[in-house]
Design a protein around this ligand. Sequence first.
Ligand code: ACO
Length: 399
Amino acid sequence: VVDISTFYGNTGMFTLDRGFTSTASCRSRITYIDGDLGKLMYRGYDIAYLATKKSFLDTAFLLLHKELPNKDEYKNFLLELKKRSFIHESMRKLFDAFPDNAHPMAILSAAVSALSTFYFDHLDMDSPDQAKEMAHRIIAKIPTIAAFSYRYSQGLPIIYPDLDKGFTENFLYMIRGYPHHHIDLKPIEVKALDTIFTLHADHEQNASTTAVRVVASTHAHPYAAISAGIGALWGRAHGGANESVIRQLELIGSVENVDKFIAKAKDPNDPFRLMGFGHRVYKNFDPRATILKNLQKQLVNDLSIDSELMEVAHRIEEIALNDEYFIKRKLYPNIDFYSGLILQALKIPKEMFAVIFVIGRTPGWIAQWLELKEQPDMKIARPRQHYLGPLERTPKYDI
Ligand code: ACO
């Protein structure tokens, strides 16, 4: 607690909580985490149940509508998302304006913000029906924008959504397919990506969700809030972690080099850390990592993947899980370790990893926005500060 009193009579005691490690910014009924027990639940449903028995769209519906959908509700939800998955044709010009090598996250953030220029008039912020319509629109359009961003960044012809495909299958098709050409996607590939989406769908008040809530608390347009969330997610301390996992595995290069890098990670005088190990909240195993670990094994088996990178990853995992340094500090492989490996196995380019995170997290961001709007005691986010600068300086030169 710090005293922020000044001689201007502005008095008061405030908590100085850098990084908000012990400040709750809101009351929420969406996601529950118990880091010690390794538990994660969305609206009371265990993440393992949702990831293994339900689809990403079931989970998105649950986050938005508070209940899992029945058969008809699911069918209508899917149809609604398919109908809304196309973007306004004029928006394509926006993509042309970016340099070829622009990062897909930069394009995505700009394009989502630009959606408000096309759909602003359609939204009465106080109408629950219109808010739901907006929620569906944004979940439907983000994969299309994400895929277009990638295709433009690679100079590849863009691929429009295929209404005959499911949500996740369609996204993989828009990334990996070619116009008018059949794409052979294995069910395990679709299942793996769908599970990654589900596991990322919400994680209570993390940095990007907080960014969404802060912007939304000013009553800004929801597209602006989601665009802010994308910006926050882009950082390597948040959505960029699984990309770093793969970059580090590539740097290690071969199984013979693993011991050398493990020694570096354990050296207190070396800042090197094993990417994809440890978690601020989960001091037991990350429940999402457990699910992806099994899925990654199945994927490697079913697709007969035999790569040096997977061998390096496997060796690191084996050593770390049995090494006293990692056990003592509760440094288990986290979700990013396995999601990085799965996305690599799905031949998704590294610069798209954070974009995949955005697609998964969007229903969570929107659910948090809808919850904020429902709360009558909602306040604009406005933290205080502990001012350390000078007071009442005398000018040096009196000209
Ligand atoms: N490799 C080697 N040593 C590590 C690692 C690691 N990945 N992570 C933590 N340690 C060590 C630290 O050096 C420290 O050792 P010491 O007690 O001897 O000084 C001890 O473990 C505790 O480390 P902290 O940084 O205090 O742990 P914290 O809980 O604050 O950090 C974090 C968690 C940031 C995730 C950390 O484990 C890390 O940097 N991991 C690697 C990056 C990564 O995978 N990030 C993704 C996180 S998951 C997510 O965002 C969804």
